[in-house]
Design a protein around this ligand. Structure first.
Ligand code: FE
Length: 184
């Protein structure tokens, strides 16, 4: 084996080790996107923790199934701010939840909406965790934790509500250009 061959082999081994290390790291938490609207669940979506782990990234599982919270002002928020028109679905069960119509810039570090786009798919309940009373927002179809809703903060929106949602819990489908034009 000459020096060049040895170098190629060593580089290959380093890359392979890097790939293994990378795949074991928890997902950094990009928002899932899809080209077209996913098929809607017809009823409740129930899965065991193991089944959810098979279909969700570790970060999606932590948020949706363990009521976790993604880092504020993270890459998902930057992505959300750049997104144009489109619809946001549950990353767990594909139920339609929000749309760009109700999206607003609250500068809070998490995707914000003033209302769901499909109200029957979004439910809320009192959350006393952390010693403060908040209103938790969940997907009505799969029970996945989405975030919290706050009222009366003075944002100049039609509802004065801020649905503060973890971007990792959402799946974004950009609007087709024609739909965009029709909305204007
Ligand atoms: Fe869901």
């Amino acid at each position: 084996m000459n020096f060049r061959t040895l170098l190629v082999v060593l580089t290959g081994m380093t890359l392979a080790l890097g790939a293994v290390a990378f795949s074991q790291k928890p997902a950094t938490g990009a928002m899932e996107t899809a080209a077209s609207a996913p098929e809607q669940p017809t009823g409740k979506v129930e899965k065991s923790a193991e089944e959810w782990k098979n279909v969700l990234t570790p970060e999606q599982f932590r948020i949706l199934r363990e009521a976790g919270t993604e880092a504020a002002n993270g890459p998902v928020y930057a992505e959300f701010k750049k997104q144009g028109g489109g619809t946001y679905y549950c990353a767990g069960c594909n139920a339609e939840l929000f749309s760009s119509v109700e999206k607003f810039d609250s500068r809070c570090g998490w995707p914000s909406f003033y209302d769901p786009s499909k109200a029957e798919n979004v439910v809320s309940r009192t959350d006393m965790s952390g010693g403060v009373m908040r209103t938790e927002v969940l997907c009505a179809k799969c029970g996945g934790h989405l975030g919290h809703v706050f009222t009366g903060e003075g944002f100049g929106t039609p509802t004065d509500k801020r649905y503060c949602i973890n971007g990792v819990a959402l799946k974004f489908v950009p609007a087709k250009e024609r739909e965009e034009a029709e909305k204007k």
